[in-house]
Design a protein around this ligand. Structure first.
Ligand code: ADP
Ligand code: MG
Length: 381
């Protein structure tokens, strides 16, 4: 299924060009949260969050369960009133504006379709609420159904649809009234993996085509990387880091981000020596590691390094600045690649990930080999 046959003009939404980096340029900013917090008695659900969403941007709140994603989204939607801070739509302060006056589209994990209504009536509902005339409703519902590839399903009831189809009806209902902002909270959580991946691309495609400003919530890091212009990583009600998917993946600001987005090996130690080309770190396990120079790296200081498994080369590691003899302790086959757990010190075990090529060597448990990586493969966290 694709939505390639749709254009922005189908929905008559002025499609603003995405300006994901317009952090402070007011004209490009659709939505602003300024120092927003939410307390429930002694629980701090959201802590001093400041966030600017550009017009036409796909922004994702990513974090583990309980990190404050839903509470943040509910404050944007107007269902939860912040304990502190302000929320703006453009220049307008909407902190206390009731949800129905914000005019945002919303899609949640539970489809929340009206079970007794047909697909047509479900999608027509927000238009009827706004007093749109019957013929206008008919044509807009028709276009919204085409967008989500459900033409011909007008007279079905929700229970006669699959989970994916129900979620597409919910999406059509959220889009039918041309909302300036679309909010989604784990909308694909109940779908199986294949369908989820297809829906991710479809939602992304529609969002871009319609120029909608999207705030999307997920705990699935892969989903966040695939769909977003920018990702906000949250933990315990706080923002840990904001950035484009590749920024976050390549330059995680701290250990939490390095660990939550993808997989990382961590090496802890003390900087032993800094010369004009690189620094040498000695880990608690006595391993010497060469790392790229960066400001603030001084002899004697403690450092924590993150190293992605796909950057660890096993077998042919000639010419690498960091090179160790190791023993394979574990081999985990995961289809397109294999993860090797390789012990290189008394206690240090690193994960290396390698694509499963037809002609590549396949080390087995107990095998001795060399593993290595370059100084620039590591990030200080
Ligand atoms: P997430 O969506 O990231 O899983 P939530 O925003 O739902 O996180 O919750 C963040 C924290 O706030 C959690 O500790 C949760 O238990 C708490 N919380 C959320 N809503 C309420 C509420 N209505 N009353 C009390 N505590 C709440
Ligand atoms: Mg939630």
């Amino acid at each position: 299924m694709s939505s390639a046959n749709l254009t922005a003009s189908d929905l008559a939404v002025p499609a603003a060009p995405p300006t994901p980096n317009a952090e402070s340029g007011r004209p490009g900013v659709a939505l602003r949260l300024e120092r927003v917090s939410k307390h429930y008695h002694s629980t701090v659900a959201v802590r001093d969050v400041t966030l600017h969403v550009a017009r036409g941007e796909f922004l994702t709140l990513l974090g583990p369960s309980g990190s404050g994603k839903t509470t943040t989204l509910m404050m944007i939607a107007g269902f939860v009133i912040p304990t502190a801070g302000r929320i703006y739509l453009g220049e307008r302060d909407i902190t206390l504006l009731p949800p129905h006056k914000r005019g945002f589209g919303m899609v949640f994990q539970s489809y929340a379709l009206f079970p007794h209504m047909t697909v047509f009536d479900n999608i027509a509902y927000p238009l009827r609420m706004r007093g749109v005339g019957a013929s206008e409703i008919a044509s807009r519902v028709c276009r919204a159904l085409a967008m989500v590839q459900l033409e011909g399903y007008e007279q079905r009831r929700p229970r006669q649809l699959s989970g994916g189809q129900q979620q597409r009806v919910a999406l059509a209902r959220a889009l039918v009234f041309n909302p300036p902002v679309l909010l989604m909270d784990e909308p694909l959580g109940a779908l199986d993996r294949k369908l989820r991946e297809r829906m991710q691309l479809e939602i992304k495609h529609l969002q871009r085509e319609l120029g909608i400003t999207m705030v999307y919530v997920t705990h699935d890091q892969e989903e966040a990387l695939v769909m977003s212009d920018r990702v906000v990583v949250m933990s315990q009600g706080r923002i840990e880091q904001v950035g484009s998917p590749d920024d976050l993946y390549e330059q995680p600001a701290n250990r939490f981000v390095a660990d939550f987005l993808g997989e990382s090996n961590f090496l802890e130690g003390r900087v032993e020596q800094v010369d004009d080309r690189a620094a040498t770190l000695v880990t608690d396990d006595g391993l010497r590691v060469r790392l790229a120079l960066r400001p603030g790296l001084a002899a004697g200081s403690a450092a924590s390094l993150a190293l992605r498994p796909e950057r660890v080369r096993i077998g042919a590691s000639d010419g690498l600045a960091n090179r160790y003899e190791g023993v394979v302790r574990e081999v985990i086959y995961v289809g397109e690649n294999t993860r090797y757990r390789v012990q290189i010190g008394a206690v240090t075990v690193l994960t290396a990930k390698r694509p499963n090529l037809a002609d590549g060597p396949r080390p087995s448990i107990g095998e001795h080999l060399t593993i290595g990586w370059q100084p620039e493969d590591m990030v200080v966290v």
